[in-house]
Design a protein. Sequence first.
Length: 476
Amino acid sequence: MMDSRLTARALTALIGSWRMREPAYEALADAIRLLCLDGRIAPRTALPAERELAARLGVSRTTIAAAYRSLRGSGHIESVRGSGSVTLPIGRRDLGRAAAEDGMIDLQQASPSAWPGLAAVYAELAAEAAAVVARPGYEVLGRPGLREAIARRYEERGLPTDPAQIMVTTGAQSAITLVASVLVSRGDAVLVETPTYPHAADAFARVGGRLVAVPVTVGGGWDLDRAEHAIQRSRPRALYLMPDFHNPTGESMAVESRRRIAELARSVGAVVIVDETTAELSIERRIAPPPFATVGGENTITLGSLGKTVWGGLRIGWIRADVDTIRRLATARPAMDLGTPEFEQAISERLMPLMPEILQQRSQLLREGRDALITALAQELPEWSVPHASGGVALWIGIGAARSSALTLAARRRGLLLSAGPRFSVGGGHERHIRVPFTAPPALLSHAATLLGQAWRDVAHDRFGSGEQQPLDAVV
């Protein structure tokens, strides 16, 4: 059984410059493996017929047949009668990411370890479990006390909020998916940043949204001229933005830019969906701008989460919107789930007053990780363009050549798992960048930089291919 079919033209666009080494069939197989591993080709997708793909790539059918044979051997595809070659879930899991084996460093996710005080809060609440389980547990809007605590947190940040404007969700991804399903219909334009958070782009595409990309660059921020043109031309139903410590670039949007984006959105009747999952992860202790909703008004929907600030395993997120929108979301939600787990909500309710303490610890942890990673990369790869992020969870590194996918595969062979730059793109590109999170311990990040340096030299010198060495400046 297959879910979709990929044309030769579409696959060619996805793999980009694939012939980085010899033999050609193995280079092609590696390129397709990476697309499967990071989720750009979904499981149960039928690949193009051998003859069709050979003609598109300008290679022999024998090369395509050998590449597909290699992919079958590594468990990435299978042959299905009547469907041809169909991709398989990686490790029988539809996660879009590789499983880390013993001894490997996994930097595919950009989430720090749990806040050190979390276990004590769990233990404290466990002693009062009888009171927690006495509640019905089916609360579509969320636990009243937690909604009040989240509203107070917005008040502290300068955004007056009533608890009736809050819905608690099972993490930020659940919030994104719910908002997308309610607001976006098939064929609606949705303006998104590129690079962007890939699972958000996937959520809007899944409901039939037509993604319109606006660039965000390190040091340059948001291209407002492109944004204005795109908004006026496409008249999007919604904008999805991460204006504070944008993932993956680390950029933050200036107040003037927020006002301009909000004005443009209002002019075409678009809803601005603001993802604040990284908004409070400041490293340099800058004065944070007020939440986007202070300038966006009622046509702004704000999404938050404790996944990056407290722990990724604490699946608590929320939506802040006007009361009418919250009611619409509450009506639609039971088709997806009936509420957020009560115990985790009770934990989160106790954590909200501790956020200043939690954020101070996170700032220190992220600073140590960032500084260790930047220092190690400067020693290993001085030719790379490594930004000095003032917050967030990762560095969006310019590697100077369109080799991000090849580098990611080489790093896997060295025991380092990363996501290639194109995973964060909308409409293709970003082969000249790679995201490296700095949420791991400093010693681990230093070792990761060493492995990354080795992998880069492997790519440049083609150590996994023909053995013909190329100088680094020849890599294009």
